[in-house]
Each structure stands twice: as C-alpha cells, then as structure tokens.
Design a protein around this ligand. Structure first.
Ligand SMILES: CC(C)(COP(=O)(O)OP(=O)(O)OC[C@H]1O[C@@H](n2cnc3c(N)ncnc32)[C@H](O)[C@@H]1OP(=O)(O)O)[C@@H](O)C(=O)NCCC(=O)NCCS
Length: 181
C-alpha cells in the first residue's frame, strides 16, 4: 500500500470568514494543543502525542484556519481495524500492514461549529483512505459525538474486546466504522 497523496486546500462555506482546511505543519502544534485542551478538557493528550501523529503521517493532519487563527483540527493515519490506540499514548510507528484509515480526532472551536465545516474534511479523509486502497475509515466517537458520526455514515461496532480497548476514552465512547469502497 502506498501513502502517496496530493494535498489540497478544502474550502467549505462559512457565513463570516474564509476559514479553510489546510495541511497541518509542526509549527501549528502549539495552537492545536491549546485548542485540544480547551475542547477535550476530560481527555487531555500530551503535546508529544499530538506532534507524533503529525510527524508519522502529515498527509492525515489538517487544520481549519483563517490566516493564523486556528479553529479546528483533524488528526488521522492508517491503522489496524478493531484496534483503536489508547488515548494519550505514543504510537511509536505506524503498522507496516494496515487495513483501515483511522481518525484519531476531529475538533472544532465552538465559534465555527454548526456551519458544515466538518463534512468536507471527512470526505477528504474518505478519499485519502481510498487512495491507500483501504475500504474503511474508523474512529472512536467520544463525549457523545456518535450522533454526528452517524450523520457522516459511520456505524457503531461493539464487541467485548473492542469495548475493553476504549477504556481510556470514557464511558460514552463507541468504536465506529464507515465503508469507503
Ligand atoms: C463533532 C464536531 C466536529 C461536529 O462539527 P459541527 O460543526 O458541530 O457539525 P456540523 O454543523 O458540520 O454538523 C453536520 C450535521 O451533523 C449534525 N450533527 C452535529 N452534531 C450532532 C450530534 N451530536 N448528533 C446528531 N447529529 C449531529 C448536524 O445537525 C448537521 O446536520 P445537517 O447536515 O442535517 O444540518 C464538533 O461539534 C466538535 O468539534 N465537537 C467537539 C469535539 C468532538 O466531540 N469531536 C469528535 C471527537 S470523536
């Protein structure tokens, strides 16, 4: 499987500003970390864990920005199906054999929610998964976000083994998958 992918900027509609998704670079990490700790106060991850994802698979990391104002981010990478990584843990490396494309986190500041800014980057991720010859995108929906993900064509998969792997994500967490064939 090849990780070749052409990066593009994706511009969703927003009533006030020209926010757009662009590839994340290492210099964005400070702002991403601040946003992550504001949005996910109950699920904090260290800067090294966030930065590692950008280093391991920059093609899968985006920010939503206007100028130098960063109001959202998405972290993702190829991974193994039904094996979500524990929260706030370094991956070390990506698996040499992977069979799903994993969204680690998608988060928007409150000020840019409700404007359909998330959908376009999820479609871009679906395209990226297909370009890697993968047939699914997976994630852990935490904090009651499963309704949003269902809206984005994901479905919950629940097994005793999977549920055990979700312990670090809190009681409301669900493993979800979407086919991208
Ligand atoms: C989850 C998140 C990225 C969604 O972005 P958003 O801007 O709020 O969502 P959108 O406005 O693009 O919603 C798209 C659609 O999903 C629906 N939707 C949004 N949240 C929903 C929810 N919790 N349950 C059901 N439907 C939901 C919207 O009504 C909208 O429907 P429409 O297209 O028919 O109008 C954002 O709310 C967020 O960052 N939340 C905090 C972080 C988080 O929980 N991230 C997920 C971690 S796994």
């Amino acid at each position: 499987m090849s990780s070749q992918h052409t990066k593009r900027e994706i511009t969703p509609m927003h009533p006030d500003d020209q926010f757009h998704w662009r590839p994340m670079v290492a210099d964005d990490l400070k702002a991403v970390s601040k946003l992550a700790s504001d949005i996910h106060a109950d699920f904090l991850e260290s800067d090294s864990v966030l930065l590692e994802k950008q280093k391991l698979f920059p093609e899968g990391c985006y920010i939503l920005a206007v100028g130098d104002i960063i109001s959202g981010y998405l972290l993702s990478h190829p991974w193994k199906r039904h094996d979500p990584p524990a929260l706030d843990n370094l991956l070390g490396c990506l698996p040499s054999r992977y069979d799903t494309y994993y969204i680690h986190d998608l988060a928007l500041a409150g000020s840019v929610r409700g404007h359909g800014m998330a959908g376009p980057i999820i479609e871009e991720i679906a395209k990226l998964a297909r370009s890697l010859q993968l047939t699914s995108v997976s994630l852990v929906a935490a904090g009651g976000s499963e309704g949003f993900w269902k809206h984005q064509k994901f479905r919950i998969i629940s097994t005793a083994d999977l549920d055990k792997k979700l312990e670090t994500y809190g009681v409301q967490a669900h493993y979800m998958e979407r086919s991208v064939c």
